[in-house]
Design a protein around this ligand. Structure first.
Ligand SMILES: [Zn+2]
Length: 246
């Protein structure tokens, strides 16, 4: 019996830092968490959409999932925007029997359990039309771990015991979602170590052309932020603000 496959997707990267507050950049935290989770996963074959600080579009990430055919696609993010706590997402159009529904439950329960002693607010198991969920041909879950614009929660991301607990919770959640017993004694398989690998081929090849879509130019930051949050609500979670001085 071959091992189940998880494709970990650290959100953002390269020139897209994601949420940046309190001296933290989301892209760095997402990657750090993914690598820690990968190290802890026994009995599961681990793939990563990126294992370095490179830019991948949302379409790139979905294309990687289509090619790799994982049993679970798990996108790792941290939140911002004036809240606190942990939340998880699956695509909002799924039926109750879709495998992603049970996987979200397993992940969410393990992660909230692991964060228990930090009294993290449980924002719930949610559904949304985020691009990497909506267009993913494989069961896909996205997690938002704490708010970087919240001083206490940004502080927790700097505390190794917290980050290790979070990584442990995510790893156990992946195992639970994929039916692998804790400790990784997977039925019928000899344990391989170090079997994580990036499938993005090191990111975008030299010579590749990337096209940026602009949806507005604003003299006031507030208006730009407004348009950004509209784009994010529409599912373009990799939308960002680019500042240019004239
Ligand atoms: Zn993000």
């Amino acid at each position: 019996m071959s091992k189940p496959v998880v494709l970990l997707d650290p959100g953002h990267g390269g020139y897209d830092p994601g949420a940046s507050y309190n001296g933290l950049r989301e892209k760095d935290l997402n990657l750090m968490l993914a690598l820690k989770v990968a190290d802890r996963l026994d009995g599961v074959k681990v793939l990563l959409t990126r294992e370095r600080d490179i830019y991948l579009s949302l379409a790139d990430r979905v294309a990687i999932s289509r090619r790799a055919e994982p049993d679970l696609f798990l996108s790792l993010h941290a939140n911002a925007g004036g809240g606190r706590g942990f939340e998880s997402f699956i695509y909002r159009g799924l039926g109750a029997r879709d495998p992603a529904v049970a996987m979200q439950k397993a992940l969410h329960a393990e992660i909230m359990g692991a964060l228990n002693r930090w009294e993290i607010v449980d924002r719930g198991m949610k559904q949304a039309a985020f691009y990497v969920l909506r267009y993913n041909p494989r069961p896909a879950v996205l997690i938002e771990s704490l708010f970087l614009d919240n001083a206490r929660e940004a502080g927790l991301w700097r505390e190794p015991p917290f980050v290790e607990a979070l990584a442990g919770g995510v790893a156990r959640g992946v195992q639970a979602a994929l039916g692998v017993p804790p400790g990784g004694a997977a039925a019928g398989g000899a344990r391989e170590s170090g079997s994580k690998s990036a499938v993005s081929g090191g990111g975008i090849a030299p010579g590749t052309t990337l096209y940026t879509v602009q949806v507005g130019a604003f003299a006031y930051l507030e208006n730009a932020r407004q348009r950004l949050s509209e784009a994010q609500r529409a599912g373009f979670s990799d939308a960002y603000i680019y500042q240019k001085q004239f």
